[in-house]
Unconditional design. Structure first.
Lengths: 437, 158
């Protein structure tokens, strides 16, 4: 499927050739599946997808892509050979062939004109730069969260996708979860009354500390480039000596690679709060941290320009699973998390919601489906670039307030902190050469 | 009710391997707790490790003032630390940071030059315009593309 172009599809070409008859006679065997028979989606209606940096989480999301009849996964790119081969094996097994191409250089997958969209599931350090460069290469993008390392990256991400008209879906799949939609609808219906306060669960401090480390691990011999290209693994992050711990997945918790507990879960739960609150186009104007000096409990109290409050905290939720979000109006409240159950205030007992089996997995599949539909329709997906940008700016601003340990005021119109030079200097980070936004 | 983590992922709240500690200046946290003047002294110390200098640059990104610029600028030509120098210089509000980056355009080549150009573009330094225009014609495509991107940031299309 040639999205956004007037290229003649293979299906149309076949029809045209048939009408021309002997003038273009050539022996041809067309499988029924290629014409859409037997329930198969013809190739011309399929969205072709490639993958960048597909690790454990990416493989989980990839299952949802492979489950779509109108998706064809064509290629994977990774700096690690074992990941390239693992994903190729997974894809080839699904399709019963050996066709999944493997690359170690992202420029090779961007050069594939037959690939419409990319699934990006690298480490956080690469998310925004790769998504932006993919859009410039003409690709639509489904990108895992957190989507950016800085406020500047968040804004550049939204600007790029809006300017180029590419489709961006952040991997904040809970927006397509039935339990979260239930909470959203309760607020929209007016049953909770006027919105007062939103609560977003941050990564529990005993597992995801709010502050990240600046250490380096001791140097180990670098593996051969074809086994793991360390320079490309680091990408735009500051250089540090190779240590296999990072590559094994233990890169989280380091400032150069990760945004700590606030970004780790806030990218989901703050995102849900802004979505439910109709705040997808802005960020709070105040951030006041509490709990500095220890990993847990910690809180950042935020306030939007319209007076609505946002409380980002790692403790005090109802124990409904990971990634709680809670909405409080002046007439009632509702809370949910990954367990799928929706708990409501006493006056709304009739609105309780019990999860269906496989709610969590279905949420990701719904989100992928929404992305594929939007690639075809060119409509904005549920977790589009602007919504992701604003939710991430909120998280970054909260993270900066916590690092500085003081209340900050913020202007969402200019993405600047008011009267705090140090905070403003933390809105961006120089990227390692040759990378830039 | 116990907390249910439905999709656990690998993380590193505390590293399984003991982090590096600089023999002279201590841990990353100890280095980054130093005031700007002592961080600048680390940058000037020929016996300081790359680790200590890297951490000093990262802290000076937030706390460094005009007095930090010369020491950071001196590292722009260092292949291992050039990016860290830019990390420290890029957000520095003092105009001398622009001057240092402009001066480095004629001192570095290849990837380091690309990095310096990128930082100039990030700071949107209008005084670099003519120098960047010349680099549009550099035989290294990475340099010419970086110059074009920087010019676009400094003077965006109407």
């Amino acid at each position: 499927m040639a999205v956004g172009s007037k290229r003649i599809s293979r299906r149309e070409a076949l029809k045209t050739a048939a009408r021309c008859g002997p003038a273009v006679a050539f022996p041809m065997v067309v499988p029924a599946s290629a014409l859409g028979r037997g329930g198969a989606t013809p190739p011309s209606d399929r969205v072709t997808v490639g993958g960048l940096g597909i690790g454990n989480r990416g493989a989980y999301v990839l299952q949802s892509f492979l489950a779509q009849n109108d998706v064809q996964f064509l290629a994977v790119c990774d700096v690690r050979d074992e990941r390239r081969e693992a994903i190729k094996s997974m894809v080839d097994q699904k399709y019963g062939n050996r066709d999944c191409a493997v690359y170690s250089d992202q420029y090779e997958i961007w050069a594939r004109k037959d690939i419409d969209a990319l699934l990006i599931a690298t480490g956080d350090r690469w998310h925004a730069p790769l998504a932006i460069m993919s859009a410039r290469a003409g690709k639509d993008v489904y990108c895992e969260k957190p989507c950016s390392m800085t406020i500047e990256q968040s804004r550049a991400l939204a600007d790029t996708f809006l300017r180029l008209g590419r489709i961006y879906q952040a991997g904040t799949q809970r927006r397509d979860g039935h339990n979260c939609i239930k909470v959203y609808e309760l607020l929209k219906s007016g049953k909770l009354g006027k919105l007062q306060t939103l609560h977003a669960e941050a990564g529990p401090g005993d597992r995801w500390p709010p502050l990240t480390r600046h250490d380096w691990l001791p140097a180990e011999p670098e593996p051969p480039k074809q086994v793991c290209d360390w320079d490309r693994w680091l990408g735009p992050s500051p250089w540090r000596p190779y240590n296999s711990e990072y590559v094994k997945g233990r890169w989280r918790g380091y400032f150069d690679f990760h945004g700590g507990g606030i970004l780790e879960w806030g990218s989901h739960t703050v995102d849900l709060c802004q979505w439910a609150g109709g705040l997808d186009d802005t960020s709070p104007v105040e951030y006041e941290p509490e709990g500095m000096g220890s990993d847990t409990p910690y809180t950042i109290r935020c306030r939007y320009a319209n007076g609505v409050k946002l409380v980002i905290r790692d403790k005090g939720f109802l124990g409904l699973g990971s990634c709680h979000f809670r909405v409080e109006g002046d007439a009632g409240w509702a809370e949910t998390a990954d367990g799928g159950k929706v708990v409501v205030s006493e006056n709304l007992r009739g609105e309780r919601f019990e999860p269906a089996p496989d709610t969590f997995k279905n949420t990701t599949t719904n989100h992928v489906r929404n992305f594929i539909d939007c690639v075809k329709s060119r409509k904005q997906p549920s977790s589009n670039a602007l919504a992701a940008c604003q939710a991430h700016i909120t998280c970054h601003a909260a993270y900066i307030a916590f690092q500085l340990g003081r209340k900050l005021r913020f202007d969402p119109a200019t993405d600047t902190f008011i009267g705090d030079d140090e905070a403003n200097r933390m809105r961006s980070r120089a990227m390692r050469e040759p990378w830039r936004l | 009710m116990s907390r249910t983590i439905l999709f656990p992922t690998a993380f590193a709240a505390a590293p399984a391997v003991k982090p590096m500690v600089d023999e002279k200046y201590g841990s990353a946290a100890q280095i980054m707790a130093l005031p700007p003047a002592k961080l600048v002294a680390i940058l000037k110390d020929p016996s300081a490790s790359a680790y200590a200098k890297a951490k000093a640059c990262q802290k000076l990104a937030v706390t460094g003032d005009k007095s930090a610029v010369p020491a950071l600028a001196a590292l722009l030509t260092d292949p291992q630390l050039s990016h860290y120098a830019r990390f420290g210089l890029e957000p520095n509000p003092d105009p001398s940071a622009d001057e240092a980056l402009r001066a480095a355009l004629s001192k570095v080549k290849g990837p380091l030059l690309v990095g310096v150009i990128n930082s100039i573009g990030h700071r949107k330094d209008p005084k670099a315009f003519s120098a960047l225009e010349k680099l549009l014609h550099d035989p290294d495509p990475n340099v010419s593309q970086a110059a074009a991107a920087a010019l676009a940031r400094i003077r965006p299309a109407l």
